[in-house]
Design a protein around this ligand. Sequence first.
Ligand code: ADP
Ligand code: MG
Ligand code: MG
Length: 202
Amino acid sequence: MLTIQKAQDWMHKTNQYIQDNKAYLTELDQAIGDSDHGINMSRGFQEVENKVESASYDEVSALLKDVAMTLMSKVGGASGPLYGTAFLKMSTAVKGNDTVDQDVMAAGLEAAAQGIQQRGKSTAGEKTMVDVWEPLASWWKEQDEISAENLEAVAKEAMESTKQMEATKGRASYLKEKSVGHIDPGSASSYYLFKALAEVLA
Ligand code: ADP
Ligand code: MG
Ligand code: MG
């Protein structure tokens, strides 16, 4: 399912979506944060792309670890360590598998979603990227076979569900009920990540 080549393509496509939607991500963060999510993500994923395209890997886990380290060191703000933790946990969970099949990936995504929650001391329903990662990981685990189309739809619906939530974690929580009515920026960038994954797996 996820070969080294596909994992590289995943990061390439994610970076494209992030660069193309940098202004939109910043706009979302302008509404309920400090206006830097587009900048943070665009810097981080450009570095990720540069890193994984220039290196060679003997397994997917090693590539994911590079993604984690790059995001942790190059992205300031809350999202860097959170995305970094997600990819580090995913890397550890899929270690030892030349090709990451659907079940191994299920474990990887579950570990990633849990990692974000541990690191962020957050849980689903708090209007953060957890609201995309957690339902996505649960959905993945239940599937007999992953449909790329459904993967994209589940991620999109999860992102959109954050619009009506009141933030209780991260900067948006300072706004309390005024955070309602806006999509969470980190959920939007997470959506692009899974949209890219869906395309790679299609
Ligand atoms: P910062 O808020 O430090 O400026 P970013 O703007 O890059 O960092 O990222 C903000 C995003 O990080 C939020 O939209 C949210 O999805 C995510 N986030 C913030 N705090 C937490 C947390 N405690 N747990 C999970 N995700 C969080
Ligand atoms: Mg911000
Ligand atoms: Mg910031």
